[in-house]
Ligand binder design. Structure first.
Ligand code: EPU
Length: 429
């Protein structure tokens, strides 16, 4: 199993290209199941989760091609991929495949909408909480599906096709909104989704569905209206930049000090996190090229933050912010409201010398003068990168074990940080 070795203490200087968003690429790939025509996606990040979803889609009969590099492109540029589901040969997504990645459960919506049936393994729990799928099931039922749970599988049927309906989510759910959108696009009649997720990735998926011929309005607000159509066509769509990767590297620069351009990043995707970084003492400037983050001399100021659905502070940046706050001059408070168990990084940060007290959903972080390198263990994707951020400012060597969590969501992390002067290397095996 690969490990990453980091020697801390050097400021980051240079350019970090921002990849396509994992959390948009995954549902966009799944949207290819909705049409028998090819869907071409550009700027797809090279990630373990993308590879895993390719396996799942291939099992349903999707032909997948990765286009080679073109002149003038960089090895860091995203991939262009074609997904062609001319025939769905299997409407079952088996446990062995779905259990590795929760988002793969989302194939249920398009399979059901196009084929009238889907049998998809329940994804099971994961390191950040129980993460049920009851709201996704509720949404499909509102569109007329009958749902049975048998042997750990959700079996969804709509023999005469889905019918538009009213879906009101009792809490904001990204996966629920993706599922409702994709299923409603091929349902007959009108669907209204209330309390829909407003996350930029939902908007990106809706934009792509519109290119495919779907009739959607209101995406980006909490009320989305879909007029179902009988078929969707192929399209070409570029995945939007990853706001979580952007925020992660911005926090890394705030941690080490230095001056980095996050190339291709879009500020409107992470306004709340950028404001928090400003309060913490980082200077943020925006240009056509991306977002520039600078921190010179001045120390890190403590902040108080509560995670919330978009446009609030994202739960997917909570661990990274905590990593940064371990070195703040004073006491910070972070409240996690989205997932009940997303503090797995706390005990690992403590191994580097961080002082963090937990009380339910609340973490209190007493900034320390100095962190010291140590062996640490990655527990989930965002937790692992918080350890990297802390390690970049720690004295001496940190070895991050179980790096596969990082590879799920961060493309070439060691290259991107290494190009900016950090001492980061991957140790294989
Ligand atoms: N929830 C339910 N029932 C459901 C669905 C969700 O109770 O049927 C709850 C969840 O347990 C959670 C809350 O609703 O407490 C929000 O969950 P949501 O459905 O929004 O999360 P998700 O769609 O499973 C996506 C991202 C996560 C991100 C969350 C919140 C992808 C592939 N995943 O998950 O990203 O944290 O939205 O923004 O888009 C990550 O990338 O590391 C990651 C975990």
């Amino acid at each position: 199993m690969d490990r990453i070795r980091i020697v801390g203490g050097r400021p980051l200087e240079g350019i970090i290209p921002i990849s396509g968003a994992k959390n948009a690429a995954l549902p966009l790939m799944i949207a290819s199941l909705l049409t028998e025509e090819p869907l071409i996606l550009e700027n797809v990040p090279r990630l373990a989760d993308v590879k895993q979803l390719e396996r799942i889609l291939e099992n349903h009969g999707v032909d997948i091609a990765v286009h080679g590099r073109r002149s003038g492109t960089d090895a860091m540029d995203g991939q262009r991929m074609t997904f062609h589901a001319s025939e769905i040969v299997d409407t079952t997504a088996p446990y062995e495949l779905v259990s590795k990645m929760r988002a793969s459960f989302w194939v249920v919506g398009p399979l059901l909408a196009r084929m009238g049936e889907a049998k998809v393994s329940l994804p099971g729990g994961c390191a950040i909480g129980t993460r049920p799928v009851d709201l996704l099931i509720m949404a499909l039922e509102r569109l007329g599906a009958t749902i049975e749970i048998d042997g750990g599988y959700v079996i969804a049927r709509a023999k005469n096709g889905l019918k538009g309906g009213e879906i009101e989510f009792p809490k904001v759910t990204v996966g629920g909104t993706h599922t409702a959108l994709m299923a409603a696009s091929l349902a007959s009649g009108e669907t209204v989704i209330e309390n829909a997720a407003r996350e930029p990735e939902v908007v990106d998926v809706a934009d792509c569905l519109i290119k495919m011929g779907a009739k959607i309005t209101g995406h980006g607000t909490s009320r989305i209206v879909v007029q179902g159509v009988s078929r969707l066509n192929g399209a070409r769509h570029a995945v939007l930049p990853d706001r979580i990767e952007t925020g992660t590297y911005a926090m890394a620069v705030a941690m080490t000090g230095g001056d980095v351009l996050l190339e291709g990043a879009r500020p409107e995707l992470l306004q709340s996190a950028l404001e928090t970084l400003g309060q913490a003492g980082a200077e943020i400037t925006v240009s056509n090229a991306g977002i520039r983050v600078v921190r010179n001399g001045a120390g890190i100021r403590p902040v108080e933050v509560t995670t919330a659905p978009f446009p609030g502070f994202p739960t997917d940046l909570q661990a990274q912010l905590m990593g940064l706050m371990t070195r703040a001059k004073g006491t910070s408070r972070i409240t996690e409201t989205i997932f009940e168990n997303r503090f797995m990084h706390v005990q690992e940060l403590a191994r580097l010398g961080a002082r963090i007290a937990l009380d339910g959903q609340n973490a209190t972080i007493e900034g320390v003068e100095k962190l010291k390198g140590a062996p640490v263990m990655a527990t989930d994707l965002r937790a692992s990168v918080s350890l990297v951020i802390a390690a970049l400012a720690a004295e001496g060597e940190t070895m991050v074990n179980r790096v596969y969590h990082l590879d799920r969501g961060f493309e070439r992390l060691e290259d991107k940080l290494g190009r900016c002067g950090a001492t980061v290397e991957r140790i294989s095996g």
